[in-house]
Design a protein around this ligand. Structure first.
Ligand SMILES: C[S@@+](CC[C@H](N)C(=O)[O-])C[C@H]1O[C@@H](n2cnc3c(N)ncnc32)[C@H](O)[C@@H]1O
Length: 210
């Protein structure tokens, strides 16, 4: 890897918001956000975490983004059946487009990237969230002191993410939780539950923007 400071500025410079297409979904960033903290989950899949998180945190607002129609459809049907918690806004959108064009700077308190696609092949490395030029832009949407949580069942992925979060993005470590099969009852997401059931170890990292 190049020198980390150079890596950071090169990565930041290469993100060009004006070149990102507009999101197809018309949902705007919610109003009245000064009244409560706003959190964002990217790639929420079938929505298990957003639903339980919003129920447990009624004083906050969680925006949950998922881009695939099939997974978002399962999420929407569950919300229709059980009712949408007051503090949840579910949006079917590509996160890069939606965040780039809809999220004002310094508005998010917590960001969740739970079991993101790992893109394991060397040629795909720059598609991992923490290595994307977009990630620097995403961090500018966090308030000072805001946190980012990344979880994965792949040790190489969380090791690499830790390096980038600390050395390239200069975030401060807050928590590193290891989950095993014994934790399956408190699994937060569909994928977390699947991996823990199989006996895989999952790691959840939380870092803070200084
Ligand atoms: C491996 S799944 C994990 C889903 C969920 N977080 C869980 O743990 O059960 C990764 C999810 O991220 C979504 N995703 C990937 N890139 C995305 C993007 N740019 N915008 C929105 N969702 C995205 C995928 O469609 C997929 O549903």
């Amino acid at each position: 890897m190049k020198d980390d400071t150079l890596e950071r500025s090169a990565t930041l410079r290469s993100f060009k918001p004006a070149r990102i297409p507009l999101p197809r979904d018309p949902t705007p960033f919610p109003e009245g956000v000064a009244e409560r903290p706003v959190d964002l989950e990217i790639g929420c899949g079938v929505g298990a975490h957003p639903i339980s998180y919003a129920r447990a945190n009624p004083e906050r607002l969680l925006i949950a983004l998922e881009r695939t129609a099939t997974r978002f459809g399962v999420f929407e049907r569950r919300l229709a059946r059980e009712g949408t918690p007051k503090g949840l806004l579910a949006v079917r959108a590509d996160a890069i487009r939606w965040v780039t064009h809809r999220v004002p700077p310094a508005t998010l308190s917590r960001l969740f990237l739970l079991y993101p696609n790992p893109y394991p092949r060397p040629k795909q490395a720059n598609q991992r969230w923490h290595r994307m030029p977009f990630f620097g832009y995403l961090l500018t949407r966090l308030v000072a002191g805001g946190t980012v949580t990344i979880a994965s069942n792949l040790a190489w992925y969380t090791d690499e993410a830790e390096h980038w979060l600390q050395e390239v993005w200069r975030l401060e470590p807050v928590a590193r939780d290891e989950l095993t099969k014994a934790d399956v009852e408190r699994a937060r997401t569909h994928f977390e539950s699947k991996y823990l059931e199989r006996g895989q170890r999952c790691v959840s990292l939380t870092y803070r923007r200084c």
